[in-house]
Design a protein around this ligand. Structure first.
Ligand code: AMP
Ligand code: MG
Length: 481
């Protein structure tokens, strides 16, 4: 009955400035809700011979595998612009599981009880938000976007008190690490240069070993994280994803999407789209995500200043020059990403205008973001596209496509690789969650199966592809606390 755990815990060996040694708080009556067998097998883990009761004990943290040294990680964060000392207030890192000798994954329980970082919170999570994280993180993974993943969800058999009494749950999250901008902010705030150096070396060792011996490794680290985060936000924009709570504690150093709270996919195109009930001023609106990424990177840069150069002014100049380049890098990447979505090869000086004209049209006509690109691929013929302005725009696009200097087939392939035909539509996610909360997982499993192949040309899944009817009631998401 070997599961195949291969723990090698490096973070828990760091000093107590970085974490608190703590075990998950046992739960009353755990029950397995869902186990991601495909993910388990990619981690060389085999749960097939373990009965459901034992699985529930494992994924609730009631029964902890040997060779773990469980901790809660310390971090800080700018939450909606305000700096706070935080930390895992409701999560415990079980350990680092190593696959094939070189791939290291954090295994974390989210909702595992109070820690010294809990502040006023109960350390617990509710079933709905944990299943929601499961669905959306797996969808993002299948869209080929770097992300943490979800291995399992258990119900705790205990109630959590929110606005109502809700079923408690624990999510097992897999991440290439949980190092965040906020981790650096926490250590920087303690003003302990030794710890800051330790954190930089730890991070480079774990994520960017290629710069280990560089004489400018700290600046290189900043540069690499900027590159990764820029690519990440480009990917979000590509598929219409709105993270919803891009606080610096929710921004990884690895470049993975993390913390699926009030996130959601945009349906009709509006750059100002916000779903989160607490984002009153649209700080994390769809089109604000790139400038916020830059803002967060500037907070990361600030932490590194003491290590970039002995002379503070020099360090600030070097870091500022680097961060100031974000906009240029982003715009180049954005233009290329949009060319890919439109199946355009090469460059034309009017490309930007062509793209922006399409966005203007989409906004004016409340056209669905995903389906507009599907229409261009010939797989959606909604009535909104029978429109003179759109037809004229298409003519311009076709003219530009003639300069592709390649085959129609290659154009189609490029578009298919960049435009999903199906995304987790808000109303379908809610429908699946409502049933799952009541104990029926059929809809959730069907949704998960469809979302596994988001770039395929599916047949008979129209109900997953049509947006919810435009109604007066705006879709709202809530932080998963
Ligand atoms: P999040 O909004 O999930 O990124 O969480 C922000 C911070 O609040 C993190 O430090 C969490 O650990 C903490 N937190 C969120 N929910 C709870 C809770 N129910 N109990 C304790 N801490 C929490
Ligand atoms: Mg968080």
């Amino acid at each position: 009955m070997t599961i195949g755990w291969h723990f090698d815990n490096t973070y828990s060996k760091l000093s107590n400035s970085f974490k608190e040694d703590i075990k998950p708080t046992p739960v009353h009556d755990p029950e397995l809700v869902i186990l991601n067998e495909e993910l388990a097998s990619s981690l060389n883990l085999d749960f097939s011979k373990i009965d459901k009761k034992k699985l529930a004990e494992i994924f609730s943290g009631n029964s902890i595998p040997k060779e773990t040294s469980t901790i809660a990680q310390a971090y800080a964060g700018h939450q909606f612009g305000h700096f706070t000392m935080l930390g895992d207030g409701r999560a415990v890192l079980l350990g680092e599981h190593v696959v094939n000798d070189n791939n290291r994954f954090d295994i974390q329980f989210k909702g595992s009880g109070r820690t010294s970082f809990s502040r006023g919170g109960d350390g617990r999570a509710a079933l709905g938000p944990m299943l929601r994280e499961y669905i959306i993180s797996e969808a993002i993974y299948s869209l080929n976007i770097p992300t943490t993943r979800s291995l399992a969800v258990v119900k705790t058999g205990e109630k959590v008190v929110r606005e109502n009494l809700l079923q408690g749950a624990i999510l097992t999250r897999i991440a290439s690490s949980h190092l965040r901008v906020g981790t650096f902010q926490y250590i920087a705030a303690t003003q302990n240069i030794y710890d800051l150096n330790t954190l930089v070396d730890y991070t480079i060792n774990r994520h960017y070993p290629e710069i280990k011996t560089s004489k400018t490794k700290v600046l290189d680290l900043l540069n690499l994280v900027m590159e990764k985060q820029c690519q990440l936000v480009i990917n979000w924009i590509r598929v219409g994803f709105i993270h919803g709570v891009m606080n610096t504690d929710n921004m990884t150093i690895s470049g993975e999407t993390i913390d699926y709270g009030p996130c959601a996919f945009m349906d009709h195109y509006d750059p100002k789209t916000v779903f989160s009930s607490i984002d009153k001023f649209g700080r994390y609106a769809f089109s604000n995500q790139p400038p916020i990424t830059k803002w967060n990177l500037a907070r990361f840069a600030e932490c590194l200043i003491p290590l970039i150069d002995k002379d503070e002014d020099t360090a600030i100049t070097l870091a500022t020059n680097l961060i100031d380049n974000f906009q240029n890098i982003y715009e180049d990447k954005w233009l290329n990403m949009m060319r890919d979505k439109l199946g355009l090869f090469g460059e034309d000086k009017n490309d930007k205008k062509l793209i922006n004209d399409l966005f203007d049209w989409m906004k004016k006509n409340k056209a669905d973001y995903t389906n507009t690109f599907c229409n261009l691929m010939g797989v959606n013929s909604d009535v909104v596209y029978k429109n003179d302005d759109f037809t004229n725009w298409k003519k311009e696009w076709k003219k530009r496509s003639e300069f592709n200097n390649t085959t129609q087939e290659k154009q189609s392939k490029l578009m298919q690789a960049n435009n999903p035909t199906v995304i987790p539509r808000n109303h379908k996610v809610e429908e699946a969650l409502t049933e799952a909360y009541k104990g029926n997982l059929d809809k959730m499993k069907k949704l998960l199966t469809i979302l596994k192949n988001p770039y395929d040309n599916h047949s008979n899944i129209e109900e997953y592809q049509v947006p919810a009817p435009l109604s007066n009631k705006k879709y709202q998401t809530f932080c998963g606390t």
